[in-house]
Design a protein around this ligand. Structure first.
Ligand code: 13P
Length: 228
């Protein structure tokens, strides 16, 4: 890559998948094969039930992998049955995916709730990664990492074009500040990842289905590292 090397994020969103045994198999297969680079940040976001074991396995293996959550509570800890407070999650995670379109669609999550979650994350030293569905989205104060994930491109092999994704990224940076880092998500796999990260304004990828396979995810990390 030319000139100043940009940092690329590769984030695995496992969604509601994997037992602890399956999660540990993945960490054992992927961990030793992630290229080490100051300019590559690789994050795995398991379901809550696997967080603790995944974190432990990564620490023991000393793998260059960060751990993220797929959501967190809009509230501090207290009487909120079923919620995971950022002040406890931060034992395991350094990042949290917030406002994913699947949470908005299936669980009625609103902009107001996402804004509260972002605030909880920031207060508890968890980096918020906010998902936005279009270029016109408002990014809450303090959130400097977003993923542009158009709903039409999720989970169906029908990725947005890299050029379109770059346009949306540019627009998000123009309205929210040039220091905003924008990732692309939606049907990213080993076959198309290079075309996205080569775009000048895109800072990485958020990957669902293709991240579940240790082999595919390792390949993605290697392709990114070689195309930088
Ligand atoms: P897919 O990669 O399965 O399209 O999912 C994208 C996504 O929703 C990541 O958060």
């Amino acid at each position: 890559m030319d000139g100043m090397e940009k940092t690329i994020w590769i984030i695995a969103n496992w969604k509601s998948n994997k037992s602890i045994a399956e999660a540990l198999d993945w960490v054992t297969a992927v961990g030793p094969n992630i290229p080490t680079s100051d300019h590559l940040k690789v994050v795995v976001c398991p379901s809550f039930s696997a967080l603790s074991e995944v974190k432990k396995a990564i620490t023991v293996g000393n793998f260059p992998l960060l751990v993220g959550a797929q959501d967190l509570s809009p509230y501090e800890e207290g009487a909120y049955t079923g919620e995971e407070a950022a002040e406890n999650l931060n034992q395991f995670v350094s990042l949290a995916i917030l406002g994913h379109s699947e949470r908005r669609e299936n669980f009625g999550e609103t902009d107001e709730m996402v804004t509260k979650k972002v605030a909880q994350a920031i207060q508890n030293n968890v980096t918020p990664l906010m998902c936005v569905q279009g270029a016109e989205a408002e990014v809450p104060e303090g959130c400097r990492l977003v993923a542009y994930e158009p709903v039409f491109a999720i989970g169906n092999g029908n990725a947005d074009t890299p050029e379109n994704a770059n346009q949306a990224t540019k627009a998000l940076k123009e309205s929210n500040g040039s220091d905003l880092k924008v990732l692309y998500g939606g049907s990213v796999d080993a076959g198309n990842v290079a075309s996205f990260i080569k775009q000048p304004d895109i800072s990485g990828v958020l990957i669902g289905k293709a991240s579940l396979s240790a082999q595919e995810f390792t390949k993605i990390c290697q392709i990114v590292s070689e195309s930088k």
